[in-house]
Design a binder for this molecule. Structure first.
Ligand SMILES: NC(=O)c1ccc[n+]([C@@H]2O[C@H](COP(=O)([O-])OP(=O)(O)OC[C@H]3O[C@@H](n4cnc5c(N)ncnc54)[C@H](OP(=O)(O)O)[C@@H]3O)[C@@H](O)[C@H]2O)c1
Length: 313
C-alpha cells in the first residue's frame, strides 16, 4: 500500500517508516528542507520536499496514496518562528485531513497522545481539536493516543535519553515532583511507557485491520509505574544509583513559564503539568486485536541507554 506520512522524520516517524517498509508498504514522506538526511531507509521511500504549510506539497504527497498518517507534534513552542501547538498540531492536521479528502485518500491515521482533552494544556487542546476534526471528516479514521514512548532514539530526542542526560548524569539528586507543600506522595504519579516499536506496529497493523476504523485507542505499555520507579529503572540501565529527593512542582512551573521558549531549559510548564497528571491506561485489547505483544519497561529494553556518549544525538 502507498502510505503518505507527514512527520516521518522524527523519533517515532523513523520507526513508522521502517515498519511500513518491513510490511511491504511504500512510504511517501513529506520532508521539509534540511531534514532530508533524517529519512530512514530513504532508498525505499518516495520523498516529497516541502513544509506542512505548503498545500501543493501536501497534495503531491497524498496523491495516489491509499492511506495517510499525520504524526507531527512538538513539545515546545517557538512563536517567533511560527512554531506553535495551534499551527502544527491543529491547523496543519486539519489542512492535511481536508486535503486527504480532496485527494480521495480514504484511510487516515492520526497520532494523538494519552490524556488529550479540550480543556487541557495547549498541547492537549490542539491535539483534541485535530481529533475532533478527523472524527467528523467522513474518512476511515483511526486515532492512537500513546503514553510516553521509549526506545532507541537513533540520534533524536527521546524521554529516557533526555532523563539520562539532564537528570541521571548530572551530579544532583533526582527530583521527585509533588504538588503542594507536603512531600507526601512525591514521585508517585504513574506512567505506562510504551515501546516505540509497538507504537509503530500498531499504526501499520491498523492499516490492514478494518475493525480499527472509527476507533480511538490509548497505547500504553503493559506496566503502570510510579515516576520514582521509572527513574530508578533508567538510572539502573545507565549503571548508576541516584539519591532521590522530593521537589515541589510550583517553583519549577514558575521557571518553566519564564523559560519555556528556550531549548536549554529541560522541562516546559506543560510537560510538568502533564507529568503530574499521570499517563496510564489499558491497551491490552488493541494490542491483542493487532497481534502485538507489547514490550516491558525492562533493563533489556532500556539497554540502549548504555550507548557511548559520543554517539548521542
Ligand atoms: N515521544 C513521545 O513520548 C510521544 C508520546 C505521545 C505522543 N507523541 C506524538 O508522536 C508524534 C511524534 O513524536 P516524536 O517524539 O517522534 O517527535 P519528533 O522526534 O520531534 O518528531 C516530530 C516530527 O514532526 C516534524 N515537525 C516538527 N516541527 C515541525 C515543523 N515546524 N514543521 C514541519 N514539521 C515539523 C518533524 O520534522 P523534522 O524532522 O523536519 O523536524 C518530525 O518529523 C508527535 O505527534 C507527538 O506528539 C509522542
Amino acid at each position: 500500500m502507498r502510505v503518505a506520512i507527514i512527520g516521518g522524520t522524527g523519533f517515532v516517524g523513523s520507526y513508522l517508516v521502517d515498519e511500513l517498509i518491513a510490511r511491504g508498504h511504500k512510504p511517501v514522506v513529506l520532508v521539509r528542507p534540511g531534514s532530508e538526511s533524517k529519512v530512514s531507509q530513504a532508498r525505499h521511500c518516495e520523498l516529497v520536499p516541502g513544509d506542512v504549510s505548503d498545500e501543493a506539497a501536501i497534495r503531491r504527497c497524498l496523491r495516489g496514496a491509499e492511506a495517510a498518517i499525520y504524526n507531527i507534534g512538538i513539545l515546545r513552542e517557538m512563536p517567533a518562528q511560527g512554531v506553535t501547538f495551534k499551527a502544527l498540531q491543529e491547523d496543519a492536521a486539519v489542512r492535511v485531513i481536508d486535503l486527504a479528502k480532496a485527494e480521495n485518500v480514504r484511510r487516515f491515521i492520526l497520532m494523538s497522545a494519552n490524556g488529550v482533552r479540550a480543556d487541557g494544556t495547549p498541547y492537549q487542546r490542539t491535539k483534541a481539536a485535530a481529533e475532533a476534526h478527523l472524527r467528523q471528516s467522513g474518512l476511515d479514521w483511526t486515532i492512537f493516543r500513546p503514553s510516553l514512548v521509549f526506545g532507541d532514539p537513533r540520534g533524536r530526542l527521546e524521554f529516557c535519553t533526555q532523563m539520562r542526560d539532564d537528570v541521571i548524569d548530572k551530579p544532583l539528586p533526582v527530583p521527585l515532583f509533588h504538588e503542594g507543600a507536603s512531600p507526601r506522595g512525591a514521585g508517585t504519579f504513574e506512567m505506562a511507557p510504551v515501546h516505540v516499536r509497538d507504537v509503530a506496529s500498531a499504526f501499520v497493523a491498523a492499516l490492514g485491520e478494518p475493525a480499527t476504523v472509527g476507533q480511538t485507542y490509548v497505547l500504553c505499555g503493559p506496566e503502570s509505574l510510579p515516576w520514582k520507579e521509572i527513574l530508578a529503572r533508567i538510572a539502573q540501565a545507565c549503571g548508576k544509583r541516584k539519591l532521590m529527593l522530593p521537589a515541589p512542582a510550583a517553583p519549577v512551573r514558575l521557571l518553566g513559564s519564564l523559560l519555556d521558549r528556550f531549548a536549554w531549559f529541560p522541562l516546559t510548564r506543560d510537560q510538568l503539568n502533564m507529568l503530574l497528571e499521570g499517563n496510564t491506561g489499558d491497551s491490552s485489547a488493541v494490542f491483542k486485536l493487532l497481534s502485538i505483544e507489547p514490550r516491558r519497561f525492562s533493563q533489556e529494553q532500556l539497554a540502549y541507554l548504555q550507548s557511548d556518549p559520543a554517539g548521542r544525538g
